[in-house]
Design a protein around this ligand. Sequence first.
Ligand code: SF4
Length: 693
Amino acid sequence: MAKISLTSDKEKIYDENEMQPVSEVKTTCTYCGVGCGLIAGVKGNTITSMKGDPDAPANKGDICVKGRFGYEFVNDSKRLTIPLIKHNGKFVEVTWKEALEHIAKKLAKYKGDKFGFIASSKCKNEDNYIFQKFDRVVMGTNNVYNCARLCHSPTVAGLAQSFGSGAMTNSINEILNVKTIFAIGTNTTSAHPVIALRMIKAVREGAKLIVANPKKIDLSRFATIFLQHKPGTDVALLMGMMKVIVGENLADMTFIKERCENFDVFEKSLEPFTLDFVEETTNVPREKLVEAARVYATNKPSSIFYAMGITQHTHGTDNVLATANLAMLTGNVGKPSAGVNPLRGHNNVQGICDIGGLPNVYPGYQKVDDPEMQKKFEKAWNCSLPSSKGLTLMEMWGDILDGNMKAMYLVGENPLLSDANANHVEKAIKKLEFFVVQDIFMTETAKLADVVLPATTFAEKDGTFTNTERRVQRVRKAIETVGNSIADWEIVCRLAKKLDAKGFDFKNPSEIMDEIASVTPSYGGISYKRIEKVGLQWPCLDAKHPGTMYLHKDKFARGKGKFVPLKYKPSAELPDKEFPLILTTDRSLYHFHTGTMTRKSRRLNALMKEELLKINPKDAKALGIKDGDKVKVSSRRGEVTVKVNITDTVPIGVVSMTFHFFESPTNVLTNDALDPVAKIPETKVCAVKVKKI
Ligand code: SF4
């Protein structure tokens, strides 16, 4: 019988026949925000294969290596299967009844702002709706957050200010008709691979591609113009382009007059961005900048795509505002294939924000401090609600250290590896009086919990994810739950009932979606029946509404598009004598987030098994470092040991690391200085030194 060895002979060798599925289930990928439709192959209670669903609108059958092989974590033997309570520093297995009664008894003491809930952008909309409802209705606080604070909070703050809505303006399939793609601060082939495929196809069919990135990323091979700017200088780059556009009369003055406001004030703010200043600040030759400005402004429709290279800065909101200014200046918004497109990182980070996993808004971005909205939700949920905004994620850590917040419930996140200045996060978690973690594996963060609850994966429960193009899509149960684990929404509903709460008697996720639709105007027309075959893009206002392909068609969500004047602000921590290099963080195609799931895949591990510090050959030579050497990387906040990869994909003076590997926890180095508006930490720029060991 034929055998295939997947990695080395130390690992399990599978029988080819064992890999053949006997049934197939359509679902949605659990990794990035592209939201590829997948077909899961199932045999017994095991996922045996994954392939792309040709009928899925976001990917039309294409998938990346994470979608194809990343499912192996579902069947991993290290899955949590039994609730655990810590006694004298050791976890002891308990029944669900014991675990939930213990948690209920403890949490009853921490109602109000002594409590915080960290929800999960990995979980489904239905799970997260229950989490935020529990936090508000049962615990009486708006302290609920998710990892969006660490990725796209500047998008929400910036685009809401300019356009009135912080979501991707266009759809993935519109990329094929874009004439100029402007990809800034996105390593698209690694982080959103199927979107990168669409971009490359568009380029092959004649579109122009402008890539702006401090690193020579894969996409820059296809670029018409590659702008390799210094990390943290995006505002200077974008304002420089806009000054050229205005100076050469390439602005769309009809669009500006009819659809926008505040142009005059904005125009004045362009004055300091002379070509001399921009070239000096960004390191981009002026000829390239001028060429990029002309191409973007004239070869329409043009569309901007960005990700964390734009947002994870102390001036992340300004960066986002600059992209919105550029789109409005050239009339490239509110039209097919023209817009501003923030690429969402996690599978359901769009959905968790939509359904109220934020401290300042209820589902549908309805403000918690608006008395009308408060009344609406008090009526819908039959309760009284707190009227003040809750704390953001980074504020929660500070609040714990200040001795105010004392108990926390965290689902499906691993802040010990994912958050900036991770040592600070660890200190805060250790100060909590009571800490519950609900997850599928014993993560670095879960080890610090008082109670750990075993949840189910995306393959074991029904629900929906909302992808980066605002499409609400079905995720389907493919296998039975593993061990004694329970679906996330059901765990929290059971806990709510232990705390005598009403309104948590859902029989299935479809009923939860019906409640979401009843309180969330943009999801008003979404039901499981309507999205059985193809997902719908919000706004989808009622049962007859067809969903919305692109936003701001005849008017912006806020009425008129608002130009915002901007100034250039340098990053919070620049290199100096002691820490002479800039560290910027990146993503790998082969792993996801803190590696909790992808590192359970033998095939993904075979493709990338360890962290590598990328360093330019000139810097490596100056430091006496050879390829593969081990080095110590230190910042003002911590140090890590890591192997070196010498490559000219990073410029002189810049080094880069991912944060997928707990053995080299990059985020002990990163800076937690915050954007004053969006409160996002500056994980894209910090000063480090590198020493051979
Ligand atoms: Fe999954 Fe994203 Fe890859 Fe699609 S592109 S298969 S959604 S990780």
